[in-house]
Design a protein around this ligand. Sequence first.
Ligand SMILES: Nc1ncnc2c1ncn2[C@@H]1O[C@H](COP(=O)(O)OP(=O)(O)OP(=O)(O)O)[C@@H](O)[C@H]1O
Length: 270
Amino acid sequence: MKPAIRVHQLACSYYRTPVLRDLTFAVNPGECFIVIGPNGSGKTTLIKTLAGLLPVSGGDIFVQDRPLRRHKKADFSRRVAYVAQTGAEDSPFSVREMVLMGRAPYLGVLGVEGAADLEIARQAIAFTGLSHLSGRPMASLSGGERQRAHIARAICQRPEIILLDEPTAALDLAHQIRIMDLMAGLKNEHGTTVVMVSHDINLAAMYADRLLLLVEGRAAACGPPAEVIDEKRLAGAYGCRLLVDRSPAGPWPRVSLVPDTEVGGRKSEV
Ligand SMILES: Nc1ncnc2c1ncn2[C@@H]1O[C@H](COP(=O)(O)OP(=O)(O)OP(=O)(O)O)[C@@H](O)[C@H]1O
């Protein structure tokens, strides 16, 4: 089985300051691969680099066995969708118009969408539970609704690989699970390869086939959650106290933070 993405000795720098160093890993087709790591460890830099949005300073990235730099833009956009971290939005477009932009890599020179494109957009909007909001301006949506609209745009692209940067950040509990279930649905029903950055190690442990733990731009560990989520390793990587046990919700590890100082008048006894 050829990897969906293969990264070999990747290095990236901002103004000669190295951010990613000697990074080597592969993502299997149809796998949910989640990148975790402390602030500033290079997660966003890595996902943007995989999306072809940042130059590399060393090493190679292969997407579906072809060097990333050799992919033609439209062809790459048909294969790979990228969902950035969403912040404030002042876009004048409606949800429907924004989602339909996902069809751009498939349109002819006139850039006119056909009935099939409109139907794919409708399905993507329904899949993300936004049908009732499809006529609303993007700028009027809540953070969670906006996040789902951007995911709908990516789904509308019908990609084989979807790259997401912290898709559950700033979402309430129900929407976090909903977004993760959407990704699991894409993976299970369409065989989509999902590569995601997340700060939520517990969500990552639940949904990832494999995790990559980045520390100072290097791979500190890569493998199934049960292997990567190790108490000592995470405590060292994040520089805080934590406990790892088995989740009561299912067969995956659970991480609990341990307060260092007195909390609510009680001193931690751990
Ligand atoms: N445009 C930029 N110019 C210069 N340095 C940058 C730029 N973007 C990021 N960096 C630096 O690169 C390092 C990695 O940043 P990156 O955003 O990739 O980390 P991250 O793991 O995604 O962090 P976080 O968890 O805080 O989102 C940080 O030290 C950051 O300050």
